[in-house]
Design a protein around this ligand. Structure first.
Ligand code: SF4
Ligand code: SF4
Length: 177
């Protein structure tokens, strides 16, 4: 995996729609997310990533490169600068509900979301009664062994999880913390 976190300045990866730009972050191109067309998967960064950012910035495809925006990029008022994905190690995404629940998904930049970062996002989501779904990748050496999906959410969410089909390993209620 290419470590580009220390790059002084990179081209913005996402199309900037708001006040923020990606700055030096290239976390969503580094293999924390999946995309068949760009051959992105855990541990496999995009072949076009470089220490300067996207190597084909002007001609990068519409999907996912120009359309994907993490929640940190689009919700400036919600997420502080320190939570930029390359700095926090977690990519927050607000683009997919879980049944009727609006959820915040956290994808680790590498393998797992650090406990203090998860704690920050849960503290952010709890007053909104918004479940946080987070992912953990497992490797044995260089062999990718799969992903766990876990969540923390309000009691009603935990009840729903018991009743609805889910591939998730663990769903816990905020109230059990
Ligand atoms: S993870 Fe977010 S801030 Fe980082 S490059 Fe992707 S869209 Fe930009
Ligand atoms: S082509 Fe560029 S923007 Fe798209 S995934 Fe690769 S490095 Fe990221």
């Amino acid at each position: 995996m290419v470590d580009v976190s220390q790059a002084a300045a990179t081209l913005p990866i996402a199309t900037d729609g708001g006040v923020r730009s990606c700055g030096g972050c290239t976390a969503c191109c580094e293999g924390g997310l999946w995309d068949k067309s760009m051959k992105l998967s855990p541990g496999h960064a995009c072949q076009h990533i470089s220490p300067e950012g996207c190597g084909i910035y002007e001609s990068r495809p519409e999907k996912p490169c120009r359309t994907f925006k993490c929640a940190w990029l689009t919700e400036e008022a919600e997420f502080p600068d320190a939570m930029r994905p390359d700095l926090s190690g977690a990519i927050p995404v607000h683009d997919r509900d879980w049944y009727d629940w609006k959820v915040l998904r956290l994808y680790p930049r590498v393998a797992t979301v650090a406990p203090e970062v998860l704690e920050w996002f849960v503290a952010y989501a709890k007053p909104k009664q918004e479940p946080v779904i987070f992912y953990e990748h497992r490797w044995e050496g260089d062999d990718y062994k799969g992903m766990s999906e876990k969540a923390l959410g309000p009691p009603k969410f935990a009840e729903d999880v018991q009743r609805k089909p889910s591939e998730s390993d663990v769903f816990r209620s905020f109230s059990n913390d």
